[in-house]
Write a new protein. Structure first.
Length: 682
C-alpha cells in the first residue's frame, strides 16, 4: 500500500514554522499563530496546511470575510480537502447562513466522511431546516464515529486526506495490539482498496466476517471488494446473506439488486428497483441504478425514462443528466439545457454534480452546434475533475519510460519458452475512446470467443510486483521482471487463466479489453507468450478530444486536460513503438479509421491474426444481444457510421494545447485531407 500527502513543498524551516503555528492555535494564541500562517502563505500562496491554520485563526478573530477568502483559495488548491469545507461551514454558521452552512458541511463529509464535527453540525442544521431524514442519517453517522477508538478515527481522517502511508502504519500498529478488531480490519482493507492491493483487502475482510459473521458493515465491505475483483458470483452470495440477515432492509435489497446486475440477472434486479421506487419515488439514486441496468440490456427508451426520473427526484442531480448524455444518442430538450445551466451556476450545487453537469452541457451544446459554449463546459468540467484527482503527468511519463527501459529484447530472449502456454486470452489495449469496445464486440460475436470486461488482473499483478512503498520511493516494477524465475512466470500465467475463468461462458478464447494494459505488454508477453495482443489505435486529435469529452466512472485520470491527454498519447505511441521494435509482430495494430472505411477487410485481418475462421456475425456485430457496460454501449449496437471521425474539427480553434502536447512528430504520422479524413499512417 502506498500513501502521499497532498501539500505544497516546504523546507525544514517551513515545517518548523507550521508546527509552531499549529501548536499556538491549539493553545489559543491566535494572533501569533495567524502571524506565522500569514508569513508561510506569503512565501507560498498554495501552502494548504498554512492556509487552513490562517483561516481558523481568522474565524476565531471574527474576521469572517478574510477567513472565507482564505478558504476559497484553499478549496481551489485542494478541492478534496474536507476540513476546508468544514471550516467554511463554521464561518457561514457564524453568519447565521444556515442553508449555506449545511451545504458546506455536506460537502465536507462528501470528501471526508470521518469529520465528526461536521456530522454533528449537519444534525443540528438539518433539524433547524426541517430535514428529519437527513438529521437521522447524520445522527447515526456521528454516533458510529464517536464510538471509534481515537486511533482509528485518526486513521479514517488520514485516509480521507490522502495520507495513506501514515494511516496504514497507525492502523497496523493498532491491529498488532488488537488483532481481531473488525473495524480496524475494515479500515486496513479500505487502505488496500485505495492502493489497489485488492487481494490483501479481500483476505482481511474474509477474516473479519469469519470473526464477526453478524457484522453487516464488514460483510458489505467484503461484498464490495469481491465485486471490485470481479468475483461477481461470490459478491452476489454475500449480498444474499446480507439480505437474509435483515429482511426488508432497503439498502441490502438494493445491494442485492446491484450484484444481480453484475451477474446478468437483470429481470430480478429490475423487480427490486421497481419495488423500492414504488415505496420511495423520491429516491434519485434508485432511478439512476434502474436506468443503468436498462441501458446495459439495450432498453434505451426505458433507460431515458429512468434517468429523467432521477433528475425529477433531485433536480440538481448531475449524474442523471450525464447518464443521458452518455447514451451518446440522446438529444436534450431546451428546458433540460436551461435546467442544467441553472444548477451548474448555483453555488449550492455540490461539486460532483457540477462536474457531471458541465460534461452533460458540453454534449448538449455540441449537439446543437454551439461549439464555443460546448467547449467552455467541457473545459470547466475537466478542470474541476483534474483538481479533484491531482493527476501527475510527469510521474506517468516516468513510469511509461521505465517500461521501455526494462522491457528489452534481451529480457524476452532470455525468457523464451517460459510462461503459461495457453492461447485463450485476446488482449485489446490502447487508449479509451479509440475503438476498443467495437473490437471487443466484433470478436465477441465470433462463436469461439467470449467477451468479458476490462479485467483488472494484469494491473493487479503489476501492483503486487511493485510492492508496498511510499510514492517518493523508486518503483520496483518493471525492473522486477528481470528477477522473476521461469517457474514464477508460468505460475502467474496459469493464475491469470484460472482467475478469469469466472467471466467466461465456455468458449475456447476470450477478450480482456482493459485499455491500460498497453503499459504491461512486457508482463503479458512473459507470463502468456501465446496470448494475442491488439492495439486499438485512433487518430490522435480524435482520440484525445473524445477522451477529453468523456467523464469516466473511474480511472483514466490523464484525460482531464488537453495537455495531459496529449502528453499521455505521445508517451503511449512511444511505448507501442518500443514493443514493435523488441517484439516484432507480437501486436496487431487496428486503426479505427480503417475499420470504419472498410469493415470486412479489417475484420478478416483481425480474425486471421487471432487464428480464428471468418464468421459473418463478426461483420454484423451490432446484432449481438450481449450486455455492454462501457460508454460506447449504444454505438456498438448500431452499424458502423463515419460521422464521428472528424468531430474534433468543430473544436479546433481551442485545441492548440492538445496539438502542442502531441508534438509534430506524432501528428505528422496521421495526415488529414481537407475534409478531416486520414490519408495514411506511418
Amino acid at each position: 500500500m502506498t500513501g502521499a500527502v497532498a501539500s505544497a513543498p516546504r523546507n525544514g524551516v517551513g515545517k518548523t514554522t507550521l508546527a509552531r503555528a499549529q501548536s499556538l492555535l491549539k493553545a489559543g494564541a491566535l494572533e501569533e499563530a495567524r502571524r506565522l500562517a500569514v508569513e508561510l502563505t506569503s512565501r507560498n500562496a498554495d501552502d494548504a496546511e498554512a492556509l487552513y491554520v490562517r483561516a481558523v485563526c481568522e474565524r476565531f478573530a471574527d474576521d469572517i470575510d478574510a477567513a472565507l477568502a482564505t478558504l476559497a483559495h484553499l478549496r481551489d488548491v485542494r478541492p478534496g480537502y474536507g476540513r476546508a469545507w468544514q471550516e467554511t461551514g463554521h464561518c457561514l454558521r457564524t453568519r447565521n447562513d444556515a442553508a449555506g452552512a449545511l451545504a458546506a458541511f455536506r460537502e465536507a463529509v462528501a470528501r471526508n466522511d470521518s469529520l465528526i464535527a461536521s456530522w454533528m453540525a449537519i444534525v443540528e442544521l438539518a433539524e433547524t431546516l426541517f430535514k428529519p431524514r437527513l438529521a437521522a442519517e447524520a445522527r447515526e453517522r456521528h454516533a458510529r464515529l464517536a464510538a471509534l477508538p481515537p486511533e482509528l478515527l485518526s486513521v479514517r481522517n488520514m485516509t480521507a486526506e490522502g495520507r495513506l502511508l501514515k494511516a496504514e502504519q497507525l492502523c497496523r500498529a493498532y491491529l498488532k495490539q488488537h488483532p481481531q478488531h473488525v473495524e480496524g480490519m475494515r479500515l486496513l482493507a479500505d487502505l488496500g482498496v485505495r492502493s489497489g492491493v485488492l487481494d490483501d483487502a479481500e483476505f482481511l475482510l474474509e477474516s473479519a466476517v469469519a470473526f464477526e459473521p453478524d457484522n453487516v458493515l464488514a460483510r458489505h465491505d467484503y461484498m464490495n471488494v469481491l465485486y471490485r475483483r470481479q468475483k461477481y458470483a461470490e459478491a452476489l452470495e454475500q449480498a444474499r446473506l446480507l439480505r437474509e440477515a435483515a429482511p426488508g432492509n432497503e439498502a441490502f435489497e438494493i445491494a442485492y439488486a446491484n450484484q444481480s446486475v453484475a451477474v446478468g440477472n437483470y429481470d430480478e434486479a429490475l423487480e427490486i428497483y421497481d419495488a423500492a421506487l414504488a415505496a420511495h419515488p423520491e429516491h434519485a439514486m434508485l432511478h439512476l441504478l434502474r436506468g443503468h441496468a436498462l441501458k446495459t440490456t439495450g432498453c434505451t427508451d426505458e433507460a431515458i425514462g429512468a434517468y429523467r426520473g432521477a433528475y425529477a427526484a433531485r433536480p440538481e442531480f448531475g449524474d442523471a443528466y450525464w447518464s443521458l448524455a452518455n447514451l451518446k444518442t440522446y438529444r436534450f430538450e431546451s428546458k433540460e439545457i436551461a435546467a442544467m445551466r441553472r444548477h451548474e451556476t448555483d453555488a449550492g450545487t455540490p461539486l460532483t454534480d457540477r462536474i457531471h453537469l458541465n460534461f452533460a452541457l458540453g454534449k448538449a451544446l455540441e449537439d446543437v452546434q454551439d461549439f464555443e459554449a460546448a467547449f467552455a463546459h467541457y473545459e470547466r468540467g475537466n478542470r474541476q475533475q483534474r483538481n479533484v484527482l491531482e493527476y501527475d503527468a510527469a510521474r506517468m511519463t516516468e513510469r511509461l519510460a521505465l517500461q521501455r527501459e526494462h522491457g528489452t529484447a534481451e529480457l524476452f530472449a532470455r525468457r523464451a519458452g517460459s510462461g503459461c502456454a495457453a492461447s485463450d486470452p485476446i488482449f485489446i489495449v490502447g487508449l479509451p475512446r479509440a475503438g476498443s469496445t467495437l473490437l471487443e464486440q466484433i470478436l465477441a460475436s465470433h462463436s469461439q470467443v467470449d467477451g468479458t470486461f476490462e479485467l483488472p488482473n494484469i494491473a493487479a499483478l503489476a501492483h503486487r510486483l511493485d510492492g508496498r512503498r511510499r510514492t517518493d520511493e523508486a518503483p520496483r516494477y518493471p525492473a522486477r521482471l528481470h528477477e522473476l524465475t521461469a517457474e514464477q512466470l508460468t505460475r502467474f500465467g496459469e493464475a491469470f487463466i484460472d482467475d478469469t475463468r469466472v467471466h467466461r461462458q465456455g468458449s475456447p478464447r476470450f477478450t480482456d479489453k482493459m485499455p491500460n494494459n498497453f503499459r504491461h505488454i512486457a508482463l503479458i508477453r512473459l507470463i502468456l507468450p501465446n496470448a494475442k495482443i491488439i492495439d486499438a489505435r485512433r487518430h490522435p486529435m480524435a482520440c484525445c478530444f473524445s477522451g477529453f469529452k468523456q467523464l469516466f466512472a473511474s480511472g483514466q485520470e490523464f484525460t482531464y486536460g488537453l495537455h495531459e491527454t496529449g502528453r499521455y498519447y505521445r508517451d503511449y505511441v512511444a511505448l507501442m513503438d518500443h514493443w514493435d521494435l523488441v517484439l516484432p509482430g507480437a501486436v496487431l495494430r487496428v486503426q479505427y479509421e480503417d475499420l470504419v472505411e472498410d469493415t470486412e477487410t479489417q475484420v478478416r485481418r483481425l480474425l486471421e491474426f487471432c487464428g480464428l475462421q471468418f464468421e459473418q456475425n463478426c461483420v454484423e456485430f451490432y446484432r449481438s444481444k450481449r450486455s455492454v457496460r462501457t460508454p460506447s454501449a449504444e454505438q456498438v449496437r448500431q452499424p458502423i457510421y463515419k460521422s464521428g471521425l472528424a468531430q474534433w474539427r468543430h473544436f479546433e480553434p481551442w485545441l492548440d494545447p492538445l496539438k502542442a502536447a502531441l508534438g509534430d512528430n506524432v501528428l505528422a504520422r496521421y495526415p488529414l485531407d481537407d475534409h478531416g479524413r486520414t490519408t495514411g499512417y506511418e
